[in-house]
Every structure is written in structure tokens, then in C-alpha cells.
Design a protein. Sequence first.
Length: 112
Amino acid sequence: MKKSVPAPAPRPVLATIAAIAAIGGSLVIAACGGGNGGGISLPVLPPAPAPAPTPAPPAPAPLGTLDGSVPLVIGHRGLPGLYPEETKVAYEAAADAGADSLETDLHLNNDC
């Protein structure tokens, strides 16, 4: 004994044609710039407001010594973390970075 499976209900032809026309029309409108030439125009949303600026962090307090005075910054061999030690560029960079004094670690010997 065979079971008969009912055939799917036919869709109305008019509804299918209307759906295809709607999709095709929206593609035409999108392709030609949205139809702003007197046809259907879609509302344009305004841009979102800019976020409020965050307050600047407080400036760090200057570091002091044990008695509260400002420390003396010495450029030992220039600025060796960024430049080769004991070179003109290292000493100039240490002075530009705000060193109060430069320590050269250079000694004269009998050859000079």
C-alpha cells in the first residue's frame, strides 16, 4: 500500500510577480543613487552626536628627594639607553632630555 503525498499548494502567480517586481525595483533604485530625482526618497538619519570629551588626567606630581628638594639629574655616559655610550649624540640627547649635569667617564692617560 502506497501513501500518497499531497502536492504543494500552488502559489498565486500574481503574488510571485509582485515580489519579483518589488525586488527588481529596489535594485534599480539602489543602482541609480537612491531615486532622489523626484521619485521615492528614503529618510536620512542624522549623524550620531560626538561623545563627550574625557577629562585630562591630572599632571603627575614632581618627584622629590627625602628632604623634599628637587633631585639632580645626571646624564651618566650620555643617554645610554637610546644611544651608544660616551658618544657626542648620547651627550646631546641627555642634555636635550633635561639632564642637569653630564658625567663623561673619560680619563686622561700618559698618551695625551
